[in-house]
Ligand binder design. Sequence first.
Ligand code: B12
Length: 470
Amino acid sequence: MPDIGKNIVGVVLGCNNYEIVDLGVMVPAAKILQTAVEQRVDAIGLSGLITPSLEEMEHVAKEMERLKLDLPLLIGGATTSRQHTAIKIAPHYSQTTVHVLDASRAVGVVAKLLDSDQKSDFDTENRELQAELREVYGRRTRKPLVSYEEARSNRLKIDWDAETLPRPSILGRQVDTDQSLEELVPYIDWTFFFTAWELKGRFPKVLDHPRYGQAARELYANAQALLERIVKDGLLSAKAAWGLWPAHSEDDDIVLFNDEARQDELVRFPMLRQQEAKPDDSMPHRSLADFVAPAESGQTDFVGAFAVNAGIGVDAMVARYEADHDDYNAIMTKALADRLAEAYAELLHERVRRIWGFGHDERLTKDDLVAERYRGIRPAFGYPACPDHTLRGVQWDLLQAETQAGLRLTETYAAVPTAAASGIYLAHPQARYFAVGRLGRDQVVSYAERTGMSLQEAERWLKPNLGYEP
Ligand code: B12
């Protein structure tokens, strides 16, 4: 993971006459290293879309050291950074470990690493930069953490009497087996499509970009043509599992029930709470649980969940293009499927708002949807407000997402096919996205108890958020 970033780098390097051995996604370290040795490769590259893959990168670096490999290690992907590479990965491996920001830089980096005249200077510069990044990291001043107890007593206090919470007209798990793709097309947010091709800028302005407007227009025309074929010939299909349930918050847990009396517990999503000290006492320490009415409020609340899959048929299309050595259309197919997945999440959320009883009067334009000018949010496990990816496992059981929507979860809780989006629905008008940030050990101990994980496991999954050394 990620699929697209890795593929683009592979294609760009391939165009520059490098031979790429692409092992695919979710490949165990042992297989990567064995292949590297057997095929006598010149460098190893790793790519990561969601944070659990960062941990695996550290493992690969340690294994490379243990096996005394003498190969440069290249790191890339949406959740990686030069800081992370310098602080968490490079210290485990004594050979060159370098972060590569994008595909266009990959060629220069690889060329230098494989050229005996340039390698040593490049390596020295890279090590100096990484030492500096580690030093800056060591010196940084960080906001102190308040105790978990204090954070909990400073929750966002919603006035639950201010309004009646609407009751959805449909409750329980639902499955949409054959979503029309045509209906999804107007919901596509094209901006990230261009980002995937390194043409950064908001759509449609990017089409007139002074430097790459022409390239953007050509890409857009090709995308439209392929998308039209996908829709007309039904080359891809999309499914979703979703639902709305009676719910309450219990301290920092969001609890969903089978019955409207809220006696028969269905699932529980333990949430995390901000612990970083606030500059101003009037600011709450937020948790997503704050947006759901507690039983004591006397209000009856509801919470939803969804998982959409727009990747059915992608593998077959990609295999056909790859057999024709048509990398461009193989990547284009994946990029379009990713767009359709996000478009589906947007469309489904709009439908759900109507079912929930507050979306009827929305008169939102396409831009309003992109800017999320509607009531309610749909955070995904892995987003900064709920960074623990493992809750996707609980969500999958609730939705039966594997059997109903054809979405498998990997060991690191990534969904396959990749063109998938999922999350929970929270409806309160005050519900907002935020970042939980760093967590204290007291909260992680409580979280481990609440989720049934050992402390060590909880620390592993919450690693990027730990405000202490475990
Ligand atoms: C597009 C996108 C998606 C697409 C899929 C993208 C894909 N196929 O790779 C879709 C819509 C499917 C998606 C889904 C999800 N996403 Co998403 N997604 C993004 C987004 C907006 C952009 C990523 C992207 O494609 N960028 C363009 C590509 C080309 O860039 P890239 O991957 O970074 O690759 C470049 C470089 O990194 C480098 N590179 C990459 N690999 C390598 C390897 C080597 C060796 C080298 C040298 C270089 C290199 O070169 C590449 C080309 O220039 C990011 C946010 C962001 N702004 O980054 C979130 C983001 C990655 N997603 C996130 C999440 C949580 C998810 C979901 C779990 C949640 C959801 N929405 O349902 C799902 C998971 C899907 C799954 N299958 O499990 C989080 C991850 C956070 C985390 N802590 O883990 C992010 C960071 C958003 C956020 N702010 O929270 N996502």
